[in-house]
Design a protein around this ligand. Sequence first.
Ligand code: F58
Length: 827
Amino acid sequence: MDRLEKLHGKTFEETSTAERYKALSFLVRDYIAKQWIGVNQQNHKEKQKQVYYLSIEFLLGRMLGMNLMNLGIYDTCAAAMAELGANLREIEEAEEDPGLGNGGLGRLAACYLDSMAAENLPGHGCGIRYRYGFFEQDVVDGYQVEVPDNWLNDGFVWEFRRRDEAVTVKFGGNVRVQSNGKLRYYHENYESVLAVPYDVPIVGYQNGTINTLRLWSAEPAKADFVCSAFNRNDCLKVIDYKNSVETISSVLYPDDSSYEGKVLRLKQQYFLVSSSLQHIIAGFKKDRLPLAKLSDHVALHINDTHPTLAVPELMRILIDEEGMGWDEAWQITVDTMSYTNHTVLPEALEKWPEELFQTLLPRIFIIVNEINERFCQELWDRYPGQWDRIRSMAVLADGNVHMAHLAIVGSHSVNGVAQIHTEILKNKVMHGFYHFYPGKFNNKTNGVAHRRFLIKCNPELTELINDAIDSDWIHYPCDLLGLLKYENDETFARSLAAVKRHHKVLLSRYIKDWNGFYVDPDSIFDSQIKRIHGYKRQTMNAFHIMHLYNRLRENPDMDLTPRTFIFGGKSAPGYAQAKRTIKLINTLAMMINNDKSIHDKIKVVFLENYNVSLAELIIPASDVSEQIPAASREACGTSNMKFMMNGAVTIGTLDGGNIEMRNAVGDDNIITFGLTAEEVMDYYQHGGYNPWDIYNSDNRVKTVLDQLINGFLPAGPDEFRPLFDAFLYHGDQFFVLKDFDAYVDAQIRLEKLYRDKRLWGNMCIHNIAHSGKFSGDRTFTEYSMDIWKMQPAIPVRCYCRSDDALAKLLHGCAMPRNGHGPAAFPS
Ligand code: F58
């Protein structure tokens, strides 16, 4: 109260919810800061190995509620707010989602920060503090419109600016080489940019650990940053310079279709790794540790290819600044770095034109060139005369720098994010590298933060589980298997259904408020929430809806369990087909939701501006989780796991994490369909698929596709022509038509299962019970032990590293607690 009055100069009653959010958050921030200081001092003293997770994205989600929960003071705080007549949940909702990410890989980075802190492991994030987030999605007349995401408008309570720890990052210029027996490289005439860190504390789950997410902001480096009042041209130059510097950290994934856009993206990548590595090495030296032993004390993780320049940057620091020889520096670099691949899509594997790279980063280019030459020499020794093979693996080839190749060559570990994805990397996409470095490749199936995506967003389910099997599962997620004994327990099933319905009512209210129409909580809530992309096949879902609608128009009395189809997701701003898919979904919504003749049997909802907070609302409320990518294209997926934890049943293809989910729950508890990854890849390799065959033989497909262009849909005459063309004239790249029949059939099976309440309830229980394996704590423990060679402070617990989890559970895994409890919260 005191803090609130001082901060806003108003009485409690006079303040808005946003002001209350701010005052409470500042109070919690103070509380965290005190503990944080102690933890950092301890880290320095103990010289424990630290891991730094380098990532261009961190999709954090709201922090107040999570921090309160992790500190163990949520209930106290909720009660205190209630006493004042305020509602903590409403206050939490006043927090803006920090828009520092776009999709799965960014959210995964945030999940691992959560797990590392919860597991008491000193693991920190390094990223960029974008002035504007990815973008805010408005839907206008059914189209996605990108609005700048001004997430910092009211400040970000959780960050601590550390101007005193700023470092300088150098771009452009030239390199002077001097040889006095030993070659020395001097980078000259460069442009300096100041990287100013903002630290965000990452609070561990009720264990006293506080790690750090360090986000860098670009600022002008020149000390004489003043313009003479008499010289207007000088002034304009200074302003230009300031703007060009600040652009580096202004927005995530700037449009890279132009040369300038590409320069900016590469600048961002180097800015991130150079500032992070300078800071890490300086800290290391301050602790008086020998650089030769860097990898014993530091692990640097490259999250997708964007931070790959960490490899040459570490080489630069070790050679140019620390005077080390190449071989020693290389050994240290490889031992310290590890890399995760998140995609097999060829267009998503980054490469930069050599000329652009060399101009922007002349010293780094020399190092990359040397890495390439040495690597190609090794390849030549092993595969003499095999030019094509060597070219396909080179770091520099066809005038480009191949970032994934650089990341693989410069790391001791390369991992995929699901078993099938790792196998595809090993046997197809990166086969040459696997042949050459078989020991580097390993799998780490993704996992998600069950604290955010179950405990926090679904307290009712958490309570139900706690009542049933006690709360140990929170620390040992595999204990959820204990729920299996509630199969066929009517009371439990009823309670579970009541929890689901409660969340469906909440989501239905949100839809009424935002989309303006009512959806029935007693209909099946069927959700597909993810980036909008061709390979994720939101179009297939839309075509199935059109097909159902066609059947209903023919027979309005058709026996169909009412269903609400929910979509959420952003399209990349330059991705025209994905944007058209959004327009298609919204067009269907407008047409179907207003058609009285079908008696509300189906409804279509597109939720604007999908983000972490919306996911937390949608996931607990969903009965069905749509995970339907073209097999082999989805590296893993993570929303599939979040839905599973909340008792939704998956309808999905045999791809990514779905396969391991099926292995966990068994065929009866997941609905799978469609081409296998082998079949899809076989078509890619050998051809043999003609979408016209399906159009001509399957009347359902013909009708739906024709409706895209024959005026049936209330949209411009040529609005959906490019979609029609993509499916028929451009080969249906992601096999939507090919899988359509199997998908319709799977949907029929699903509906039949849903109608059998007892069966469906058991499926939900099975899914929740087996979801412990997909907690990020399991994945992160595997990373820490297998890749980073760190012993988690808490001994390994029952994380289902294999399918013998049940056995482990039966034998009991009595793991000691770490003994840190929450400190007293100031009243
Ligand atoms: C995602 N990748 C994968 N990339 O698609 C998903 O299967 C996986 O579960 C997840 O990573 C975590 O491993 C992803 O989110 C991007 O957003 C790219 C960023 C760079 C531009 C192109 C999209």
